[in-house]
Design a protein around this ligand. Structure first.
Ligand code: SF4
Length: 200
């Protein structure tokens, strides 16, 4: 059976796709089949919008701190299904909704999708991963040559539609002295920096 939702601490995570436009050297998918003790998150078949919404709404959302579109892949590759589900959730619950993303959505969809987030997504967390494009390309191995620039632009555009925008780096994957520069980059793009631990 496919695992569409899984719990991490007191948050409910949503797994809609295993596809991704990055191939990060530190990706959790390289180290096992699940995340944080979940069952396997590999999907034989991607769930439909209705299957995702039904599964999410089967939980008592008021008992969770947050609903997180994360996946075992890049959730914005399924932006229509994501928005469909988030709208259904917002209709019945005040739960905070976050997207964890690599920020490549506008490249992938060939349009600016950030207006679609308005009023339904509370937090967008974009993986910055490095203060330097060359290093980003080495670590994230993105499918696009201009992924770094597009990710920065996606962050700025998101900040016009979403209350809280975060950029994240993973401790240990960049030199400590680069963190200050990442903070500056995040601020310049309307975001705040979060330094994640390797296993979060
Ligand atoms: S963006 Fe996330 S899911 Fe995609 S390869 Fe990197 S760590 Fe893995």
């Amino acid at each position: 059976m496919e695992t569409i939702t899984y719990k991490v601490k007191n948050s409910l995570y949503v797994n809609m796709t295993n596809r991704c436009t990055s191939n990060c050297t530190f990706c959790i998918r390289s180290f096992g089949d699940g995340a944080y003790g979940s069952p396997s998150l590999w999907l034989d078949k991607e769930p439909t919008a209705d299957q995702i919404a039904e599964e999410v709404l089967s939980h008592d959302l008021n008992t969770f701190d947050e609903l997180v579109f994360c996946g075992y892949g890049e959730p914005t590759m399924r932006i229509d299904e994501l928005v469909y589900t988030a709208k259904k959730v917002k209709a019945v619950s005040d739960i905070r909704i976050r997207i964890n993303t690599n920020g490549h959505a506008n490249l992938y969809h060939k349009k600016d999708i950030t207006p679609m987030l308005e009023g339904i997504i509370d937090v967008v967390s974009v993986s910055l991963n490095s203060a330097h494009k060359e290093q980003y390309d080495k670590v994230c191995r993105p499918a696009y040559k201009n992924a770094y620039e597009a990710m920065l632009e996606f962050t700025s555009l998101s900040s016009a539609h979403v209350e809280q925008v975060i950029m994240s780096v993973v401790r240990g994957t960049i030199p400590d002295e680069e963190i200050e520069l990442c903070e500056k980059i995040a601020k310049e793009h309307g975001a705040t920096l979060r330094v994640r631990e390797f296993d979060q």
